[in-house]
Design a protein around this ligand. Structure first.
Ligand code: SIN
Length: 506
């Protein structure tokens, strides 16, 4: 019997685990928190898929490619979109109750850069929680072994093949042997001082894969969400709120998003995030505001109950006044290079969801394609892990070496917060060579220090170095990677009207 270990318990990991178990594998799911402590649980807007006759697969494919500025892997996009409807049916079968319109069809929200409403949601804005609950229950009743509060420490390799993982609990450290290991540890929002991600999003799987020598790519493409609530703890305010009609205004009450793009608040996410950042810079860093008052109290409470509660818990009434919002790190398009079945460049090792880089998102992920990615590629990796007998060559882009940059004269003391501030300032929404070089120098100096730090922090530091190296290497702006110092746009960016317009607005 094939032993499969899945690391991570969000939509990608649990889907992979279920598909492997259903093919007769002995499956163990390892997760460093409790089962539902995942990024998936916090997903609000929903899951994009073509589910009605007035929508087409070609339209969803075109929107995904446009958002990704054409740097997407076309085959990955086609796979995502065409297998999406089956995975939606599977989620329904597993107990996810997507919201329905009065005629019984799926209710469908509109989000930025989608040509039509195609975003399914559950509990209004609690889509991720509904999926997490259903998949968690399916895993618990499936005979899959669940090891909660168990953290990945290292991948174990023998003769170039992954044969297990070393893990740690509060009490012990031990080894789990496996024929296949599937990394589904999510992204690394904790690289940045402002993020919509939970504290668990520390990129553990990507860092472990890097240490084991797996290829990574596209790490310069970090997606910043335009609207995190800028009052109290950061909290995502879904793009679906703008899809429903909310607008962005500055301190003077001016609606500024159309300066950057003809689609205004519903332009691709990277464009709106930078428009917000620029508007904030022009008003001494004060947050811009999201005006949802036109939607009315009833609609806000019914359609967005989770956000409504969070907003009101902060003493704000968004049915009466615009609320302060700011961009925040949200999603990593890059990650461990995989083929379309999750295979990495190391035999026996798979990666799925935000941990993986299939190329499906190109330079910028289309809204609500991430849950879909977890479902589609999770299913494929689970099936592959159960049936693979050989290991094909997995193509990877040329590796980017860490830059040889001297440490600056003054290196701040290392802490998680100092690392997050450094990346926010120099490898955030708007980057330039000097800032990236400074960041690279500080990170290298920190890496050289023989100082004890937590395993999570060591992983973040390693990942940060690779994010900065990738951002330095890509000298042109494209998608989520914006260089204020570019001399000429890279070809994909030059073809993009939005980026050209933004440059004028700078
Ligand atoms: C949102 O609800 O705005 C986030 C959805 C996503 O990240 O795709």
């Amino acid at each position: 019997m094939t032993d499969v270990v899945v690391v991570g318990s969000g939509i990608a990991g649990l889907t992979a685990a279920l598909h492997a178990a259903e093919r007769g594998c002995r499956v163990t799911v390892v997760t460093k928190g409790a089962l539902p402590d995942t990024n998936t649980r916090w997903a609000q807007g929903g899951i994009a898929a073509v589910t009605t006759a007035d929508d087409t697969l070609e339209s969803h494919i075109a929107d995904t490619l446009t958002a990704g500025v054409g740097l997407n892997d076309a085959e990955a996009v086609r796979t995502l979109v065409t297998e999406g409807p089956d995975r939606i049916a599977e989620l329904v079968r597993r107990g996810v109750c997507f919201d329905r319109s009065p005629d019984g069809d799926f209710a469908r929200g509109l989000e930025a850069a989608h040509a039509r409403p195609r975003v399914l949601h559950a509990g209004g804005d609690a889509t991720g929680a509904a999926i997490q609950t259903a998949l968690g229950a399916a895993v618990r009743s499936s005979g899959i072994v669940l090891r909660e509060h168990t953290a990945l420490r290292e991948l174990v390799l023998e003769r170039g093949r992954v044969v297990g993982i070393d893990v740690e609990t509060e009490a012990t450290a031990h080894r789990l042997s496996a024929d296949a290991v599937i990394l589904a540890t999510g992204g690394a929002g904790q690289l940045y001082s402002h993020t919509t991600n939970p504290s668990s999003a520390t990129g553990d799987g990507i860092a472990a894969a890097l240490r084991a020598g797996a290829a990574v790519a596209d790490l310069e493409f970090v997606q910043f969400h335009p609207t995190a609530l800028a009052a109290g703890e950061p909290f995502l305010v879904s793009e679906a709120v703008r899809g429903d009609g909310a607008i962005l205004i500055d301190d003077t009450g001016r609606r500024f998003a159309f300066d950057a793009h003809p689609d205004g608040e519903l332009a691709p996410r990277d464009v709106v995030a930078r428009a917000n950042a620029r508007a904030m810079a022009a008003q001494d860093g004060r947050p811009v505001r999201l005006d949802a008052t036109a939607l009315g109290a009833d609609r806000l409470a019914q359609r967005f109950p989770t956000i409504d509660a969070a907003v009101r818990a902060r003493g704000l009434d968004w049915s009466r006044e615009p609320i302060p919002v700011t961009p925040a790190a949200h999603y990593l398009m890059g990650g461990v290079v995989t083929d379309l079945d999750g295979r990495t460049t190391i035999p026996g090792l798979y990666a799925v969801g935000e941990t993986a880089r299939t190329g499906v998102h190109g330079a910028n992920r289309l809204a609500s394609n991430s849950l879909l990615e977890g479902a589609v590629f999770g299913a494929r990796a689970g099936a592959a892990a159960a049936t693979d007998t050989g290991w094909p060559d997995v193509d990877a882009p040329t590796a980017i070496a860490l830059p040889d940059v001297p440490a600056p004269v003054e290196v701040p003391v290392f802490s998680r917060g100092a690392l997050q501030d450094l990346l926010w300032e120099h490898a955030g929404l708007i980057r330039d060579d000097a800032g990236l070089r400074r960041a690279a120098g500080v990170l290298a100096a920190w890496a050289d220090l023989p100082r004890p730090r937590s395993a999570e922090d060591a992983g973040l530091l390693l990942l940060a170095r690779h994010v900065v190296a990738a951002a330095l290497a890509r000298t042109g702006s494209v998608g989520a990677h914006f260089r204020s110092d570019e001399v000429s746009a890279s070809p994909a960016a030059a073809a993009s009207v939005p980026v050209a317009q933004e440059a004028l607005a700078c």
